[in-house]
Unconditional design. Structure first.
Length: 534
């Protein structure tokens, strides 16, 4: 049954190009969006009250299907590459036409006004128009939620229009295949079609902020999480997907600022988002109580499986995808601060999940090493699920976030370098990946040890211990750390076959050097000295 159908087009919906719409469901509450989802059979409730949905064909982002309209604005400003792919204005117009036509044919659609950037100086007003109520709830969870007063004269800066069930014809639309996310800076629009992976909505806005903030506001935008200690000391955690940004920022002893996207202005660190988007594979209440307890009414669980005959989630079941997720408003984490703003950071952590088991679990970086590692953006994932493939898959993604960075990585790196120098920030490398050997032989570093190492840094407990330089990577490895067995601090000690460790370390160092080749010319001697040596 329809409840509270709004039958008039809302507040200039025509700005989006969508006309003649009758059943606009504007700014519904989470409860109403959950009811709509259940009514349409697009989700069910788990026993903890979270809404459980499936995202269909796509259970992760599709970077090869993301396009930016090449026009006067973007032509010479975008760093065109395989993740910043150009598309012609004429195709944007065609796709926009298809999407508006599609929305005009729907019996109902959901509209949400929200904003990005917790610091009001940089606020971006966003109108999200979705063909599914659960996507609208995702926008409620993930973006900042305006109060009634702020809604009164809400004129959106940007539109996100999401139509998961609209399949594009690549021959007509100029896309690679039937799905695409298309950004137009001229029209200030992100069009998403053919994919129901909710993460495209949030990472679309992240992409445009990574374009706008550094160029127009002199704010460094970052793919990182952030939290703040009792003494007001902010820490930030960079890292590619699965390295631990969300997990490690949810720290019972520190207040959460945000789990994925932040800006670094002249005087603060601020969250872009109003919610978190956590991985749930192998989640346990014991190891990650804050995230576990956020899975309650209003939260959306994606692609999880219930224990047979129940509505109880089996978090160990990755049969749909290993990338099972939950989104929730940031205040579902009990110690989140609002507004999500902290002071300038004292410590920066670069998280890597090194499935080769080579990098030390914690190490201090010189400014040159820090820049080298930031530009490299290394992690190594566990290889795919295909039988027989055991080698970890190395990834180098500049600034720990290349898929979301429309500008040249050098722009972000320069800003970070300047800020690190100006504020004398300590930079640490944290390997949350393998110890005791590579994937298949060793094991993943225990979360409690990684947490203990980070706590030790933040409490200043590594200030007085001795360090030793890693013979290949040069970074300074502490010889002891409170609450961590000393023999795991040097990864070489944890391998039974030392010569195998040495060979693999050289192999990995070579990958770094080869990858850095393309940045070599623009790099200073100090940064080049941060490279591994073989
Ligand atoms: P994304 O950018 O995709 O959101 P993320 O960096 O936020 O990725 P997390 O969601 O924090 O990554 O994922 C880290 C995963 O690794 C979690 O499932 C966590 O339980 C698991 N994990 C296991 N051991 C560790 C460890 N030592 N440190 C951090 N995370 C660990
Ligand atoms: Mn995350």
């Amino acid at each position: 049954m329809l409840t509270q159908v709004i039958t008039t087009p809302v507040r200039n919906l025509s700005l989006s190009g969508i006309k003649n719409t009758e059943n606009v469901r504007y700014q519904l509450s989470p409860e109403e969006l959950i009811q709509d989802t259940l009514r349409l059979g697009e989700g069910v409730l788990s026993d903890s009250g979270a809404l459980v949905i499936r995202t269909g064909e796509f259970t992760g982002r599709s970077p090869k299907d993301k396009f930016i309209v090449k026009d006067q604005i973007t032509e010479s400003t975008i760093h065109w590459n395989d993740v910043n792919q150009p598309i012609d204005q004429k195709y944007f117009d065609i796709i926009h036409g298809k999407i508006t036509e599609y929305f005009e044919s729907l019996p109902e659609l959901w509209v949400r006004d929200c904003y990005a950037c917790a610091d009001p100086r940089f606020r971006l007003k966003v109108r999200v128009i979705t063909a599914k109520p659960c996507d609208n709830l995702f926008a409620y969870n993930m973006f900042l939620r305006p109060g009634d007063e702020e809604l009164e004269n809400f004129l959106p800066d940007w539109h996100v229009i999401s139509a998961p069930d609209l399949k594009l014809d690549p021959a007509v639309c100029g896309t690679r295949q039937h799905n695409a996310a298309v950004v137009s800076f001229k029209h200030k629009m992100i069009l998403i079609a053919g994919t129901a992976y909710t993460g495209e909505i949030k990472k679309g806005i992240f992409t445009i902020l990574n374009y706008l903030l550094p160029q127009e506001q002199n704010v460094l935008s970052m793919h990182c999480s952030a939290n703040i200690g009792e003494k007001g000391d902010t820490a930030i955690f960079f890292g590619l997907s699965g390295t631990g940004k969300t997990t490690l920022s949810a720290d019972p002893d520190r207040k959460l600022i945000g789990d994925d996207e932040h800006g670094w202005s002249a005087d603060n660190i601020f969250n872009f988002e109003g919610g978190c988007y956590a991985k749930t594979i192998n989640l346990t209440e014991e190891k990650e109580p804050e995230i576990f307890n956020a899975i309650k009414p209003g939260a959306i669980l994606e692609n999880v499986i219930f224990y047979p005959g129940s509505n109880s989630v089996n978090f160990d079941d990755g049969s749909i995808t290993e990338n099972t997720r939950v989104s929730y408003p940031i205040d579902y984490i009990s110690n989140a601060i609002e507004p999500s703003i902290g002071g300038l950071p004292k410590n920066i952590f670069f998280l890597t999940c090194d499935a080769f088991g080579i990098l030390p679990p914690i190490a201090k970086l010189t400014p040159g090493q820090a820049m080298y590692q930031f530009i490299s953006g290394y992690t190594a994932k566990v290889a795919g699920t295909e039988a027989g493939i055991k080698e970890p898959k190395p990834t180098f993604s500049a600034c720990f976030g290349a898929p979301f960075l429309p500008l040249h990585p050098g722009k972000y790196a320069k800003m970070l370098g300047d800020k690190m120098q100006e504020h004398k920030v300590n930079v640490w490398m944290v390997n949350t990946g393998w110890t005791g050997g590579p994937y298949g032989i060793g094991t993943r570093m225990k979360l409690k040890y990684t947490r203990a190492m980070i706590s030790a840094v933040l409490e200043g407990k590594l200030n007085s211990v001795a360090f030793q330089a890693d013979s290949v990577f040069g970074m300074s490895v502490p010889l002891e750390c409170p609450n961590v067995p000393a023999d795991i601090l040097n990864p070489r000690n944890t391998w039974s076959d030392k010569s195998e460790y040495d060979a693999k370390a050289r192999f990995l160092a070579n990958l770094f050097i080869k990858n850095f080749d393309k940045y070599k010319d623009g790099a200073t001697a100090e940064v080049l000295a941060g490279a591994p040596t073989i």
